[in-house]
Write a protein that binds this ligand. Structure first.
Ligand code: HEC
Length: 124
């Protein structure tokens, strides 16, 4: 009888401990994946740079407008209107440099050029 009681008590502990562990592991991994890019030297350099939107517009016209439209309204690529409301700065940088979503190419921009571009995207 005492054996049955201990087993019952153990499974009761697991019933709340297991979800707590799952939440800690999944949540920890999620927070880590959010914080990790902030330690990336390139992303830090871009974030530390003040962008010039009119230079950013020139960069956009040369590199992005062919697919995203002259005013970012979308062509082959999706519309980028209000993109800064939908994506964080880090997400935008990653999208632009990653080349993970073909046909969009991988761009290698100097931190100043990237900061200019991001400041222009904010105006869309
Ligand atoms: C060859 C065409 C092409 C060029 C050039 C291009 N893109 Fe793209 N872009 C795309 C396509 C296609 C997608 C959609 C990818 C997907 O989600 O599968 C995309 C997606 C994006 C997204 C994500 C949009 C969202 O709603 O999440 C951003 C931001 C973006 N592009 C910015 C840029 C910028 C800035 C440039 C210039 C430096 C650029 N793109 C150049 C084709 C292009």
């Amino acid at each position: 009888m005492s054996l049955v009681n201990t087993v019952g008590a153990k499974s009761a502990v697991w019933r709340w401990l297991l979800p707590v562990l799952v939440v800690l592991v999944v949540g920890g991994g999620w927070i880590f994946s959010l914080l990790l890019p902030l330690r990336d030297p390139y992303i830090q350099a871009v974030r530390a740079t003040v962008g010039d939107p009119s230079r950013g517009e020139q960069i956009f016209i040369l590199n992005c407008a062919g697919c995203h439209g002259l005013d970012g309204e979308g062509e082959v690529g999706p519309s980028l209107l209000q993109i800064s409301h939908r994506r964080s700065q880090v997400q935008l940088i990653q999208q632009i440099i990653s080349g993970n979503t073909p046909p969009m190419p991988k761009f290698q921009a100097q931190p100043q050029d990237m900061a200019d571009l991001l400041s222009y995207l904010k105006t869309l």
